[in-house]
Ligand binder design. Structure first.
Ligand SMILES: Cc1cc2nc3c(=O)[nH]c(=O)nc-3n(C[C@H](O)[C@H](O)[C@H](O)COP(=O)(O)O)c2cc1C
Length: 346
């Protein structure tokens, strides 16, 4: 099959930040991003967070390599030392990333020990220095992802002053996860669920800083919710929903970027994805987990997922597993056709 992405030459005039898939550690690796790109052409994709230490002292190609098809793609950094951030921003540009983003929102204890992530919201002067150093070191956009507050700080002034100070250092794009990070007592997962969402603070930031690009993140699910948020802010970033229900993204190019997307059927996406998995050789099982939601909501989805998740099949070639998965799915489709009440358990 020819590359389904190569024939698309329909530049959108919408802001690149209008819609994006969130950086998610362990999830949005390069395989995941390739898969997402088969579903949406214009949605901005973020890498997992990579720490400055890992980049400067570790295996750079392992952390930075990506597929050409992934553009537009942004590298997210975790770090706080301006010189290190600058060196990593330079690497991001050299490697061909379209943007470099600084994480000021991650609450994990490991990240706090490294004194970066959400605890940086308490140190806006340091973040401003970091942003300035990054901007001086590269010519791609430098953006910041942060929360609305940390711990029990509930006041709007806190996030307003943070954004104001970082904007003075030259940052023009802010991605705001609309809940506080509680730095003690909650796991990172709980920190994505328990602190309440307060969208109105993000809307207020846009009102107060109309020249900045303000992107809202956190808990956004359906397309109508995205559209509603776009009445108030410049962009929406979607994390878990996009990962778990990837097919939803197939409507995004047309609805939110005003331009045609890849417009592939699920079968065509699967064929292109299996071709990609074949190119990964024996490492394909690491990549396939990101696509397990492809048939969600369709008869046979569960059977299809079970085959792709079956450890005993991991030594086969992807094309062989795909044939088994499709067979299992279609058998279920036939069963549902013969006995529609079964659809409920498909
Ligand atoms: C598995 C997982 C890993 C995450 N890793 C990161 C990360 O590396 N950097 C970051 O800024 N946020 C990370 N997040 C937070 C998301 O980017 C996003 O802010 C959060 O999930 C809220 O958006 P959502 O409700 O649309 O999922 C992660 C979230 C999940 C679920």
């Amino acid at each position: 099959m020819s590359d389904p992405l190569s024939s698309l030459s329909n530049p959108s005039t919408a802001s690149p930040w209008r819609l994006s898939v969130a950086p998610m550690l362990d999830w949005t690796d390069r395989h995941c991003r390739y898969f997402h790109r088969l579903l949406t052409r214009h949605t901005l994709l973020y890498t997992e967070m990579v720490t400055t230490g890992a980049l400067l002292h570790g295996d750079k190609p392992r952390h930075l390599d990506f597929n050409d098809e992934e553009h537009p793609v942004a590298l997210q950094l975790g770090g706080s030392e301006p010189a290190d951030l600058a060196a990593c921003a330079k690497l991001a540009e050299q490697w061909g990333y379209d943007e470099v983003n600084l994480n000021c929102g991650c609450p994990s204890e490991r990240v706090q020990k490294g004194a970066f992530g959400a605890c940086l919201m308490a140190e806006p002067a340091l973040v401003a220095d970091g942003v300035k150093a990054m901007r001086d070191a590269c010519s791609i956009p430098v953006t910041v992802k942060h929360r609305i507050g940390i711990d029990r700080i509930e006041s709007y002034d806190f996030v307003r002053d943070f954004v104001g100070q970082i904007a003075e250092a030259g940052c023009e794009v802010f991605i705001v996860h609309a809940r506080n990070a509680w730095l003690q007592g909650l796991s990172p997962k709980e920190n994505r669920e328990i602190p309440p969402l307060r969208y109105e603070l993000v809307h207020r930031l846009k009102q107060e800083f109309p020249a900045l690009t303000i992107v809202l993140n956190g808990g956004v699910k359906g397309d109508d919710e995205i559209a509603e948020q776009l009445q108030h802010v410049d962009g929406v970033m979607v994390g878990r929903q996009a990962y778990h229900e990837p097919w939803q993204m197939t409507g995004w190019d047309e609805r939110f970027f005003g331009t045609a997307g890849p417009a592939l059927s699920r079968e065509q996406v699967e064929a292109a994805w299996v071709a990609y998995l074949e190119r990964q050789g024996e490492r394909w099982p690491q990549a396939v987990r990101h696509s397990l939601g492809l048939w969600n909501g369709q008869p046979g989805a569960r059977r299809w997922r079970q085959v792709w998740s079956d450890h005993r099949l991991k030594t086969l070639a992807p094309a062989a597993v795909a044939a088994l998965a499709t067979k299992a799915r279609l058998e279920q489709v036939e069963r549902v056709a013969a006995e529609p009440s079964r659809e409920l358990v498909a």
